[in-house]
Design a protein around this ligand. Structure first.
Ligand code: AP5
Length: 210
């Protein structure tokens, strides 16, 4: 039987969102991306979105308690299983998560800083369906619309070089300690995110269905 309580860990641009879309199609678990939920709150100009926007635009983390309050109910409601993408991101978030959910596996996707910057400056995202593209390998010259739904492709506000560098620093300081945290719990599996996305996906499915 496949593992269904899954965490995706890794630096910005490692491919968490790209892999998540394929994993949920294959396993039927709920995709819970704190970044996507926050961007939706920002777009709707809610109180949470207005508070979060400044942190996100600077590439800093949104305060732990706001994130935990935002995600807890969604995780508890995911009776067919969940794929957490971008959460937990600090030890405090991981400890809070352990109070209300068990985790089967943490998929730690690695990627060096230089490649993170290269990928994220070239990322474009569909405003309607969220499909993720990259100028270097799957966008045609001059393409501005999503091939899946025709939606407008845009560049995220935090995909500017200086903000990307800050996000990577924040990852190293605040999130990378979770590698040791989950290694000690015997649930961490590491994947080389510099490989092609089909190869990474195949390795993930092997882990989840072994
Ligand atoms: P979030 O949206 O979670 O961003 P992130 O973790 O920085 O991750 P990204 O979405 O940038 O990258 P990804 O790993 O999903 O890569 P992708 O698949 O798109 O968070 C944004 C902000 O929200 C944070 O900075 C923070 O402010 C706030 N936030 C969110 N969660 C929070 C939390 N828990 N606590 C506090 N604050 C929080 O791929 C990137 C590019 O590479 C794409 O162009 C893709 O096409 C390409 N690509 C993917 N895989 C491959 C491959 N194998 N080979 C070549 N190219 C590839």
């Amino acid at each position: 039987m496949a593992l269904t309580h899954i965490v995706l860990l890794g630096p910005p641009g490692a491919g968490k969102g790209t892999q998540a879309k394929q994993i949920i199609e294959k396993l039927g678990v709920v995709h819970l991306s704190t970044g996507d939920i926050l961007r939706d709150e920002v777009g709707r100009e809610t109180e949470l979105g207005t508070t979060a926007k400044g942190f996100m635009d600077r590439g800093e983390l949104v305060p732990d308690q706001l994130i935990i309050d935002m995600i807890r109910g969604r995780i508890e409601a995911a009776s067919s299983g969940f794929l957490l993408d971008g959460f937990p991101r600090t030890t405090a978030q991981a400890e809070a998560l352990s109070q209300f959910a068990t985790i089967d596996v943490v998929l730690n996707i690695t990627l060096h800083r230089d490649e993170v910057v290269r990928r994220l400056t070239g990322r474009r995202v569909c405003r309607s369906c969220g499909k993720i593209y990259n100028l270097t390998f799957n966008l045609k010259e001059g393409q501005t619309a999503c091939e899946a739904c025709g939606g407008e492709l845009y560049q995220r506000d935090d995909d500017k070089t200086d903000v990307i560098e800050n996000r990577y620093d924040v990852y190293e300081t605040s999130t990378a300690p979770l590698i040791e945290y989950y290694t000690k719990q015997n649930v961490l599996r590491t994947l080389d995110g510099s490989l092609g996305s089909e190869r990474v996906f195949a390795e993930i499915i092997d882990i989840l269905t072994a």
